[in-house]
Design a protein around this ligand. Structure first.
Ligand SMILES: NC(=O)c1ccc[n+]([C@@H]2O[C@H](COP(=O)([O-])OP(=O)(O)OC[C@H]3O[C@@H](n4cnc5c(N)ncnc54)[C@H](OP(=O)(O)O)[C@@H]3O)[C@@H](O)[C@H]2O)c1
Length: 273
């Protein structure tokens, strides 16, 4: 667990995708540092239950906000809830993918992914980044994915949408840095969250066991604290990304993801929660 400085990154943090996996754990470690949390996702009952538990365990306040970040107007729901709160940290984490043959995925679904994985980060950062810069201290974590810049077969659109975030965050790292804001792009390697099962990877012979979510988040918060522009979680993944040629990685991913698909068809169930 990483202990954040609440005078810098508090008194309130926003975490998107806080109902599950990496976002849920971000909310826990941030709350454990004594920072109040705004929890955002579509499944409100999960956010409420998690907020109550965090309040009880760590003595913080919380707000639970139901919002679909794949919809272009979601900021209209979030802005009024956060208007009176002093935000010191934004963790823009919500995201997903649709493993499948690109041509078999309806265009509407591809667009939804781009809205969620790329545009929602831009909208959140444009609004809360302004507040942070005016305040002159605080942080932003943008959650991307390992391999986003190199192309992932059978997740081509998902990886491309993550490449947008990776570039956006690194550019803003420099721009916002002048105002005293830490901006870090977090590139998780495979991490133990429900997404592994949603993508059909739970029964796959993964080359390396996915890392615990606690470790992924603790490394992410340490990278934010150190003001790293970009950080890939897991020592073994950092090593792999340096030594294995991209073409080999693409071949490995292609074989693995193709195996997880049923006749190349996309896994769509999680798009509707
Ligand atoms: N786990 C990994 O191995 C891994 C690797 C690389 C990158 N990542 C990235 O890490 C981030 C978190 O993933 P995870 O592994 O924690 O997956 P997860 O357990 O499936 O969590 C995804 C979170 O995003 C939220 N979300 C999904 N669609 C949404 C929408 N339309 N509107 C609002 N919220 C939405 C979900 O909440 P609701 O369903 O309640 O809306 C959930 O809280 C994602 O951006 C993912 O791409 C994960």
């Amino acid at each position: 667990m990483f202990d954040l400085d609440k005078s810098k990154f508090g008194p309130w943090a926003i975490v998107t995708g806080a109902s599950s996996g990496i976002g849920k754990e971000f909310a826990r470690q941030i709350a454990a540092s004594g920072i109040n949390v705004v929890l955002v996702a579509r499944r409100l009952p999960l956010l409420e239950a998690w907020g109550q538990e965090l309040a009880q365990r760590y003595g913080v306040q919380y707000r639970a906000v139901q919002a679909d970040l794949s919809q272009p107007d979601f900021m209209q729901v979030l802005k009024p809830v956060t208007q009176a709160l002093e935000i010191g940290l934004l963790v823009s984490n919500a995201g997903t993918g649709i493993p499948g043959e690109f041509l078999s995925i309806p265009e509407e679904m591809l667009l939804q992914i781009v809205q969620l994985n790329a545009m929602s980060h831009m909208r959140l950062v444009h609004h809360y980044g302004r507040q942070l810069v005016q305040r002159g201290r605080g942080g932003i974590v943008l959650v991307s994915a390992m391999g986003a810049m190199d192309g992932i077969p059978y997740m081509a659109n998902d990886a491309a949408s993550k490449a947008y975030v990776t570039s956006l965050g690194q550019g803003l790292h420099q721009e916002f840095g002048k105002a005293g804001i830490h901006t870090t792009v977090l590139m998780p390697g495979p991490t133990e969250t429900p997404i592994i099962e949603k993508f059909g990877l739970n029964n796959m012979p993964l080359p390396i066991k996915p890392m615990p979510v606690e470790q992924c988040v603790a490394e992410g918060l340490a990278a934010l604290n150190a003001n790293r522009a970009m950080f890939l979680t897991g020592r073994i993944y950092r090593l792999m990304s340096k030594v294995i040629p991209k073409a080999i990685t693409r071949k490995m991913n292609s074989r693995m993801l193709a195996q997880g698909l049923i006749n190349g068809q996309p896994r769509l169930a999680h798009m509707t929660k």
